[in-house]
Design a protein around this ligand. Structure first.
Ligand code: ADP
Ligand code: MG
Ligand code: MG
Length: 200
């Protein structure tokens, strides 16, 4: 992957997180402690500040560097989990991945997040968006970059009726039902930003 595309992807991810920070915070105010927008904004602004150093690295090392920065800067539960996601993608992906490579790497990265979070699908977390995206990537077909944003949005919306089993929202028990999971929304935003940047 060339430096220009890596830069475009970092700017797209940071841009959407900053633009939606208030929305992520509002979602986390409903079922958590109201810091998800701030956490993600702090993390991706730190990644953005390191853009030049990161894009000079081959894709696997660039992804590991993003993961390391997210672990250090995001904080909360989501920092180590997003950090694990990006570091695992860096470990799995070749420098110039195919769609099949991305599907395989995301599957492995999802397993790494599950292990780190002691969590699984259906527990109202970011995993409930990441897994349907991985399934769509594995199924393949035409126009993936155009189709995946809708997959991500539908998956995030599908967390609304779920009861949280992991993370702070689980403290609310039944009262977590009826709200979108903040981490599911941030995962959908990141996926959409990546698709738009690749498709444009
Ligand atoms: P905190 O809950 O520590 O304040 P954030 O608000 O930044 O951290 O992130 C909350 C999000 O992290 C949740 O909406 C959920 O998607 C995700 N999350 C929390 N715990 C887990 C877990 N064990 N496994 C997977 N995702 C989790
Ligand atoms: Mg929070
Ligand atoms: Mg917190």
């Amino acid at each position: 992957m060339d430096e220009a595309l890596k830069k475009k992807l970092i700017e797209a991810m940071a841009g959407t997180v900053v633009a939606h920070a208030d929305e992520l915070t509002a979602l986390d105010q409903a079922i958590g402690d109201g810091d998800h927008g701030l956490n993600m904004k702090r993390g991706f602004e730190a990644v953005l500040a390191e853009t030049d150093t990161i894009v000079a690295k081959p894709l696997p090392d660039a992804l590991k560097a993003i993961g390391t920065t997210l672990v250090m800067k995001v904080g909360g539960a989501s920092g180590p989990l997003y950090g694990t996601l990006f570091m695992a993608l860096g470990k799995e992906l070749p420098p110039d991945p195919t769609i099949a490579d991305v599907a395989q790497a995301l599957a492995a990265a999802i397993e790494a997040v599950k292990a780190r979070g002691k969590s699984d699908l259906g527990q109202k977390t970011m995993l409930d968006v990441l897994a349907p995206l991985q399934a769509a990537l594995a199924a393949g077909g035409a126009d993936l970059a155009a189709r995946l944003p809708a997959v991500a949005d539908e998956a995030a919306a599908a967390t609304v009726p779920l009861k949280a089993i992991r993370g702070r929202a689980s403290f609310l028990g039944e009262r977590s039902i009826g709200h979108m999971d903040p981490g599911a929304r941030s995962s959908a935003l990141l996926a959409t930003a990546i698709c738009n940047a690749i498709g444009a």
